[in-house]
Write a protein that binds this ligand. Structure first.
Ligand SMILES: [Zn+2]
Length: 126
């Protein structure tokens, strides 16, 4: 197993990845496009969307329409987290670090399922 090379060659390189690491299961280099935290770009989006919605709602709700800021913030923060979560499972081996932290047996099943779907899981891994 010593001369097993990382599978780096087939990896798509991301421009300015938010996070770079090696998959602990298959040793492929991974890159995340999205960060789980709100960036300046996301805050600008929240502010622009709020201004637009306040302008639209002000005739009806007046000062209460500024409450829309919290709704927009919640929606943007939620979608930023969803985009990050979608990237966690390794596309090369199916290893899901978030499941590994919560429940190792489920993480193992997910890897097994991944290889079964590829038709490449001949034996049981202990
Ligand atoms: Zn992997």
């Amino acid at each position: 197993m010593k001369d097993f090379n990382p599978l780096e060659k087939r990896v798509f390189k991301y421009k300015n990845p938010a996070l770079e690491f090696f998959c602990p299961l298959c040793r492929t280099k991974r890159g995340f496009l999205y960060s789980p935290k709100m960036k300046l770009k996301n805050w600008m989006y929240v502010i622009y969307a709020t201004i637009f919605l306040v302008m639209a709602l002000y005739p009806f709700w007046e000062l209460k329409s500024f409450f829309v800021f919290f709704v927009v913030w919640g929606v943007v923060e939620f979608s930023v987290r969803q985009l990050f979560k979608r990237e966690i499972p390794c596309p090369h081996c199916g290893f899901d670090a978030s499941w590994y932290r919560r429940d190792v047996t489920i993480a193992r099943k997910k890897v097994e399922e991944f290889w079964k779907n590829k038709g490449l899981f001949p034996t049981k891994v202990k």
